[in-house]
Design a protein around this ligand. Structure first.
Ligand code: NOJ
Length: 742
């Protein structure tokens, strides 16, 4: 009895001691036991080719990965996404000498089992609460499928809609993009790593990937450090401050140095200046791609340059596994550099709780609950409707009456299934069952006594006009035609840069044919980027921009069309008039020869054949109701350094529907030691107003919001005059001038 008591005491005392050990101590103890090969393994991630969701299928080409795992020479695997598969691989890891659990990473970009609007569409909601909640849901679902880590959020700012990856971002604005990035990090990481429904987030792609020359994916980036710091880096810094667990570097070279080999970005800035404690993963193969860049002579050299620069984990190049041990043995890489990187990776594995239970995220019951979650779908439907942007409603045909006798849905997206998922729903692209098509969504809400006709009209992206006639005949039978056009869901996303961003194929021709019938048309645009739709814009009085809305797309769209939801989305990117105008963005400089009117051409900074302003400005979006702005007041027209400016404005819903408005606050610093943009977003508020209701909004501005980077990268503000602007979009604003003294 005494013995039993004693051993119980020893056991619990022992547990007590180990529980008191800090993660840092545990990591140090483990590090001390590791060989250099095992360390190189922890810094390596390989892809899995298991596509089957129902059970483990081991493909021939993955066999060597299993061997590596069993030998403790692989730290992480991406694209493994089910309880069965993650369990199987984790079991292999438990056969290794030190039993270090594997990390499972996956691109969870716009939802997981429940797909949500593509990210640029989400950004159009300007609703940080909804965005955070969507990532909370995505994390809950992904973690239930065994995933520990998502490669999101992508916080790349981009001013170029030719770049296919604008679909994954929050658009062109640094302020909005930073807030959205933080909301996403919070959503993914929830109450903190270690919770069963939290996944590690990744701020990517570090850095300036969105500024690829010509909007061509993977292309070079060349810009001043001042612009880099002012426009492209703040969302990354904000994500780091919000506690994002990891960073991913980028494919591009920036000012001649591939980001993966950039010590300036990864070590000097991220780890030293910003104090980032997580780890940096390379992008897919970006270590070995430094050979193509002409920055490294071979795989070993690429490994050397990447690890010295601060890329902690190598995704898919197999460069670290193969070269790091020798580089250390040859004295080319100090073991302290390796240890620092391994420490960062192991710390996250401890924080996730994987050392306590490597199978923590392998719970079949949880996976089942999250496979098709009705609550999540309900949220997805609401989120979808909130992402829609009403571009034109000149004849007030929207919202459409549910009793419209005959409605025709025409266009290649009407009965599309998987396309609604958007580009990044890779694992579930074959899941047609759970998608609500546009046809079904509209049909379900139309009165039973009404008829919904359908004609495909054409394919998304070819020259086949053989279906035109049937579409025209269908249109002739209808009272109202809903045309659903755009670009294919796989025409935006990674490696999907387009030089022509009009509707693809013969869709515009189809639209012109239907237009000739004289029937009222509601044009619905499906896209992952701003498209150029100049003809439609000039000829069709009713246009809604629906992006790709996810699993519940059809229901969300029908909610908007029939007015259950009143659209309140605002464009997070400027929409160009033609491709030749790109890049066009609201926060440009004034230049020495500004055009007084957008139509001015003569010896001013303009094109001789095109207006200067975009077709639709940043922040633009209509509603079924009308909002007016009045009583714009500033607390003072002359301020000192320790004062805060209070801005008030009253917004009134003077239309016939309840609705939401996003009021936007911009500033302009009139004179600076470096030139300042003509407008900079510094605040916004989204409010709901019942018809007839008014609300007074209050914004606060402190000198912190006036800071900018000068040529020597000092971050400060200057005394002087500022314009304070408030309005419904970046173009339509009221302005007052103030003086701010230092
Ligand atoms: C390459 C993409 O650039 C990156 O965003 C993604 O996370 C990785 N592939 C992994 O799929």
């Amino acid at each position: 009895m005494k013995k039993l008591f004693l051993s119980l005491f020893v056991i619990s005392f022992g547990i007590g001691i180990s529980a008191q050990k800090s993660v840092a101590q545990k990591v140090s103890e483990l590090l001390a036991k590791m060989t250099i090969e095992e360390k190189a393994g922890q810094l390596s991630q390989l892809n899995s080719d298991w596509e089957d969701l129902t059970g483990p299928i081991l493909q021939k080409k993955d066999e060597d990965k299993v061997a590596l795992i069993q030998q403790g020479k692989l730290g992480s695997v991406l694209n493994v996404r089910s309880v069965a598969q993650t369990r199987m691989l984790q079991e292999y890891a438990m056969k290794s000498r030190l039993k270090i659990p594997l990390l499972f990473g996956q691109d969870v970009i716009h939802g997981f089992r429940t797909s949500f609007p593509v990210n640029i569409g989400q950004a159009a909601s300007w609703d940080l609460g909804l965005i955070e909640k969507s990532e909370r849901i995505a994390a809950t679902e992904a973690s239930a499928f065994g995933i520990h880590w998502t490669f999101a959020p992508m916080v790349d700012i981009s001013r170029d809609p030719r770049w296919g990856r604008v679909m994954e971002g929050s658009g062109e604005d640094t302020y909005l993009g930073s807030l959205i990035g933080v909301a996403r990090v919070k959503g993914f990481q929830g109450k903190g790593l270690g919770n069963i429904d939290a996944v590690m987030a990744t701020a990517k792609h570090f850095a300036a990937y969105g500024a690829a020359v010509g909007g061509r994916d993977y292309n070079s980036v060349d810009m001043s450090l001042r612009q880099l710091h002012e426009i492209y880096l703040p969302p990354f810094k904000a994500a780091a401050e919000a506690g994002v667990a990891t960073f991913m570097n980028s494919f591009n070279d920036i000012n001649g140095i591939p980001a993966t080999g950039s010590k300036y970005l990864q070590r000097d800035l991220l780890k030293n200046k910003w104090g980032f404690k997580g780890f940096v993963v390379s992008d897919w193969g970006s270590v070995i791609e430094m050979v193509n860049h002409g920055f490294a002579k071979d795989k070993t050299d690429a490994s050397l340059k990447a690890i010295l620069a601060g890329s902690d984990m190598d995704m898919e190049s197999r460069a670290y596994i193969e070269s790091l041990p020798q580089l250390v043995k040859d004295g080319k890489v100090d073991i302290k550099i390796i240890d620092d990187a391994v420490r960062r990776v192991l710390t996250k594995k401890f924080e996730l709780g994987l050392f306590d239970d490597p199978f923590k995220f392998c719970n079949d019951e949880r996976q089942k609950q999250q496979t098709n979650n009705a609550e999540h779908r309900k949220f997805g439907r609401e989120f979808g409707a909130k992402s829609v942007v009403l571009i034109k409603n000149e004849t007030q045909i929207l919202p459409l009456s549910k009793s419209t006798k005959t409605v025709a849905l025409i266009g290649p997206f009407g009965k599309e299934t998987v396309a609604n998922h958007g580009f990044w729903s890779v694992p579930f692209n074959d899941d047609k069952e759970r998608i609500i098509t546009q046809f079904d969504g509209i049909k379900n809400q139309l009165d039973k006594s009404s008829t919904l006709l359908y004609a495909k009209g054409c394919n998304v992206d070819d020259q086949d006009r053989s279906m035109f006639e049937e579409a025209v005949e269908t249109a002739k039978k209808a009272d109202v035609v809903i045309m659903t056009l755009g670009e294919g869901h796989d025409m935006s996303g990674e490696a999907k840069s387009r030089s022509n961003i009009h509707f693809s194929g013969v869709q515009e021709e189809l639209l012109k044919e239907i237009h000739k019938t004289g029937k009222p048309i509601i044009l619905m645009i499906n896209a992952g980027r701003p498209l150029v739709f100049d003809w439609a814009s000039d000829n069709i009085p009713t246009i809604i921009y629906t992006w790709w809305l996810g699993t519940e797309a059809g229901n969300s769209i029908a909610d908007v069309i029939f007015g259950t939801a009143n659209p309140g989305g605002k464009l997070p990117m400027s929409f160009p008039r033609t491709e030749g105008q790109i890049p066009v963005y609201y926060n440009h400089y004034n230049t020495g020869r500004p055009a007084a009117k957008s139509t001015d051409r003569n010896y001013v900074s303009a094109y001789i054949d095109l207006d200067n302003d975009p077709k639709y400005p940043f922040g633009f979006g209509l509603s079924y109701t009308d909002f007016s702005y009045s009583d714009f007041k500033l607390s003072s027209e002359s301020l000192t350094a320790n004062q805060t400016l209070t801005v008030n404005v009253t917004i009134t819903n003077k239309g016939n529907f309840d609705g939401e408005e996003v009021a936007q606050l911009y500033i302009r610093d009139l004179v600076g030691k470096v030139v300042r943009p003509v407008k900079e977003l510094k605040g916004f508020q989204k409010i709901f107003l019942k018809k007839g209701e008014s609300k007074t909004l209050t914004f606060k501005l402190s000198p912190e919001s006036l800071k900018f980077y000068d040529d020597d990268l000092n971050y400060d503000w200057e005394e002087g005059e500022f314009d304070i602007m408030i309005g419904t979009n970046s173009n339509d604003v009221q302005t007052k001038r103030i003086y701010w003294r230092k």
